[in-house]
Write a protein that binds this ligand. Structure first.
Ligand SMILES: Nc1ncnc2c1ncn2[C@@H]1O[C@H](COP(=O)(O)OP(=O)(O)OP(=O)(O)O)[C@@H](O)[C@H]1O
Ligand SMILES: [Mg+2]
Length: 503
């Protein structure tokens, strides 16, 4: 049978306890096209793709792949038949080399009969693969030594290396900056044009969808809403289909009253990470921190929060010198930190949403040595409503939430500690348009209440729409601090790439 479709999913349903995640979803993917799968957090995108990849078994529905009925019981089955996937939450094995991670499950054995891994050959083959894709990572280093961005590139390379007919990319750019995203675009174009491979592309960044995709399908609350070619979409129609109403893509922060200096960071240095970083943060101010991946932004924030203290330099809070050598010191000084890497430093996967929310501030819920269940419930419920955490119950394990909803839980956690200084590292990564503007609104409100906010972000529109001032970092140094009025995309990029400002 010769059809124009590589994949047809028809009437696919899948329930989890308390949630009907997919309600008869249809999805048809043409050969050699890039197909965006869009929908809000919790819409069911990842679940649909996990059904396709053999991680979940569907309750109902039919799948046709290359004209044949498709039944897979595991990712290995899917890979054998020709479907590969970059999962939304990548799980690299830290104590293996990059090459071993690429070859996980298809290791090269040294000699027939002898189960010895041929590390050398795997390194050579991985190097070839990376060269072909234009990826600059040493295949022989340990996975634990590379950044999240690079880990994501390794996951992309791994998925591509299977020579599948269909590659699913579930938020492949969540940790990548523009330069690396361009690399990914090139990889995708090559797959499509040179090899006629189809790609299902999931992302909340609308610009990406319009740059790289040919067709779009939208699902909402587990239901198929519609499919069309990208020419027939503009942002407004796409958002409308996803959220079921019209709204702006970006929230614009209102002017808040800017008060005294709350945080004064002086000459912070940690060798090989950052050098001589100084800045101030005032009451009611949102300081955006821009820069390319690896510029040292996260490391500076980690130092301020005491995860990895600086070797030299000083931090003053309300004019008084603060000794911060571990996170509990920072918390005592009224600093909160929402980390960028929710999987490693953020969530406790096997605990409930409720427990994840109250975790850092558990003392606040103790009454006569007992946990005050009523207060916990009320506070969590309030947060759930305020930022729309999509879950049937707060008792749900956090690992079962969609990616974007996990991020919302992390933000709630820190909001409840009522911090004075809130450090947000990539706060809306992986968050849908609706929730994103909710989080932006929340940041605006917090600033208005007199909180001071540091927002590290790789998304230029977010930096521009939310920041009162923008600090830009380049290779571990602060390359400039510009005001809201002065800030433009061009200036920020110049500073982020180490150029002098051409004013
Ligand atoms: N293993 C699971 N157990 C229970 N519920 C689950 C499980 N996996 C997903 N869900 C629920 O199914 C729904 C769909 O989740 P899914 O991860 O598919 O959303 P998504 O569209 O990928 O969202 P996001 O954009 O946030 O990644 C959500 O309500 C989620 O909480
Ligand atoms: Mg998802």
């Amino acid at each position: 049978m010769n059809t124009e479709y590589v994949l047809e999913m028809k009437g696919v349903s899948k329930s989890f306890p308390g949630v009907k995640a997919l309600k008869g979803v249809d999805l048809a993917i043409k050969k050699g096209t890039v197909h965006a799968l869009m929908g809000e957090n919790g819409a069911g995108k990842s679940t649909l793709m996990k059904v396709l990849y053999g991680i979940h078994q569907p309750d109902e529905g039919e799948i046709i792949f290359k004209g044949e009925p498709y039944e897979v019981k595991s990712p290995i089955d899917a890979l054998t038949i020709g479907v590969s996937m970059i999962p939304q939450e990548i799980s690299p094995v830290p104590n293996l080399t990059v090459a071993s991670n690429v070859f996980l499950g298809k290791e090269i054995i040294s000699k027939r009969g002898l189960k010895l891994l041929n590390q050398k050959k795997m390194v050579i083959e991985t190097q070839k693969l990376f060269d072909e894709l234009g990826i600059d990572i040493d295949p022989s280093v340990m996975m634990s030594k590379i950044s999240i961005a690079n880990a994501q590139l390794v996951a992309i390379a791994t998925a591509v290396s299977y020579n599948a007919d269909l590659v699913v990319m579930d938020e492949p750019t969540s940790a990548l900056t523009d330069k690396e995203i361009d690399k990914l675009y090139k990889i995708i174009r090559d797959l499509k044009e040179k090899k006629n491979i189809a790609v299902i592309y999931i992302s909340h960044k609308l610009d990406e969808i319009f740059s790289i995709c040919d067709e779009v399908s939208v699902i909402r609350d587990g239901e198929f809403i519609g499919s069309d070619s990208i020419e027939n979409f503009d942002k407004e129609r796409l958002i409308n289909m996803m959220v079921g109403r019209t709204m702006d893509e970006f929230f614009h922060k209102e002017e808040a009253e800017i008060g005294d200096v709350v945080l004064d960071v002086k000459n912070l240095t940690l060798s090989k990470k950052f050098e001589d970083v100084s800045f101030t943060l005032r009451q009611g101010e949102v300081l955006g921190v821009a820069g390319l991946m690896g510029a040292g932004r996260t490391e500076v924030m980690e130092a301020i929060f005491g995860y990895r203290p600086a070797e030299s330099g000083e931090i003053f809070i309300d004019g008084i010198k603060a000794e911060i050598s571990e996170p509990s010191d920072a918390i005592r000084h009224g600093i909160a930190f929402v980390t960028e890497d929710r999987k490693q430093t953020g969530i406790f996967p096997d605990l409930s949403i409720k427990d994840n929310i109250i975790m850092p501030d558990i003392d606040a819920y103790l009454k006569n040595g007992l946990l005050n269940g009523k207060k916990i419930k009320e506070n969590c419920q309030e947060q759930r409503e305020a930022i729309a955490i999509k879950t049937p119950t707060l008792e749900q394990l956090i690992k079962n939430l969609s990616g974007g909803n996990q991020q919302k839980v992390l933000i709630s956690r820190w909001l409840l500690t009522t911090p004075e200084v809130l450090i947000l590292d990539e706060p809306t990564r992986g968050i849908d348009v609706g929730a994103k503007s909710e989080i932006h609104r929340l940041i605006g409100e917090l600033a208005k209440m007199g909180k001071s906010i540091i927002m590290v972000s790789s998304e230029m529109p977010e930096i521009l729409s939310m920041s009162d001032r923008v600090m830009v970092m380049f290779e571990g140094k602060c390359s400039g601090i510009i005001s809201r009025e002065e800030a433009t995309q061009e200036k920020i990029l110049q500073l982020a790439t180490g150029e002098k400002l051409s004013l």
